[in-house]
Design a binder for this molecule. Sequence first.
Ligand code: UTP
Length: 474
Amino acid sequence: MNMDELKDVLTRYGQLQVLRFFDELDGCGRKKLLGQLEELDFASLDRLIKDYVLKKPDFKLPEKLDPAPFFPVNPRSEAEADYYRRAEEKGKEMLDAGKVAFLTVAGGQGTRLGYDGPKGTFPIAPVTGKSLFEIFAGRIARLGEKSGRKFSWYIMTSVVNHAQTVDFFRENKFFGLDEAQVFFFTQGTMPAVGYDGKLLLGSKNSLSLSPDGHGGTLLALRRSGALDKMKADGVKYLSYFQVDNPLAPMGDHRFIGLHVLENSEMSAITLSKTGPFEKLGNFCIADGKLAIIEYSDLPAELAESRNPDGSLRFVAGSPAIHVISRDFVERLTAGGELKLPYHRADKKVPFVNDCGELVKPETPNAVKLETFIFDALSLAEKTMVMEAVREDVFAPVKNASGVDSVESSRRMILSKNAAMLKSAGVDFPFGADGEPLARVELSVRKMADAEDVRDYVSRHGITRIEPGAEIFLD
Ligand code: UTP
């Protein structure tokens, strides 16, 4: 597109303001801005702006909405117990055969945490201060040892944090993994749009761009060549988790096995919600298809509705942990395009005003448009949902303090480690409220599961932990 054509397009869609400092820019600045503008599909963007920015999209509750069925933690019959055993064998077999790879989404901006750096570099481990990335790397190394494999780890970054993320791995020598095991890929971006429908400039030579949501993973997997690499490596299943959950189950045998035995294309873990309004997505069957309805979209009367035994009807919450078949990603992205619905988020987005000054707004001034990976569930031919125990799998780090914070996440890691030691026969001190009275961090590099903890404890003759102890067991 030459300059005249570009100006025509911008005029047609009422976006010529993005060039208002163009004449002041040097060659590099002009190239950068033009590059960003050429990437945009203005016709689709214009439609999105009309539908999602200039008006608030109405959320239409599906006509028929029921709670989604799931495989419960405790099998309901002997036959189901037997099925779980077969699933566990199948999951292990898939790992041992090298058919599983790990996928972490780490492209988010971590605004709520307010930490200066990619979230994965945050020192979360309660005793050693190891980072989230180091925890996952350790677990992948240990799982690899157990399966006699060097598992691949796909990490999605964004343009904002890619370089810092890669540098962090280099500085830390990939935490003992081979460099070739780690494949970084970068997700797409979307421009922020002011409430008047105009694209914002983040600086005179750049649009205000932000990551396009974790739904961007699927297309980014194709565009980066990750899908081709998986195919060449014989990988069929992706164990997916978010970078901000240090307890995320990785390569869980039962979960992978059920995914395979159920011929599922995309599977999900569910937790029992702590109450009707907990801020987790709800697994529902919407017009016959599995879907996650966001907590803010589930009407109160449904959220509060109960079964005859008093339990919540919509009890199944989503901690965003999935197994995804590579074939499914191939199919969804076959035309190089992926149709996931957009979600609107109102944000405070810094922008350059008409005078060329950077303004940092105090209240939301713009819309960011994102797609969510869980919307792909409704596009799958077959899905599977499996319940897990919250304390085992979910310790999100979203906020600096309070709910889902650094502090609560560390507490959950310590509680889980204490429980694992207790199950391995160690005399562990707990208070009357059930909280551990010692701070013990287990090395993820050495102990990936209960079996590892039992072996470690017996090899090292650990029988008792003293109250008040602070220990790293490595
Ligand atoms: P969240 O939206 O919960 O966290 O993303 P965030 O974006 O890191 O933080 P806030 O909302 O700005 O405070 C959940 C997971 O999805 C990833 C995040 O990195 C996190 O692992 N994510 C989110 C992406 O990879 N890309 C995105 O565009 C958005």
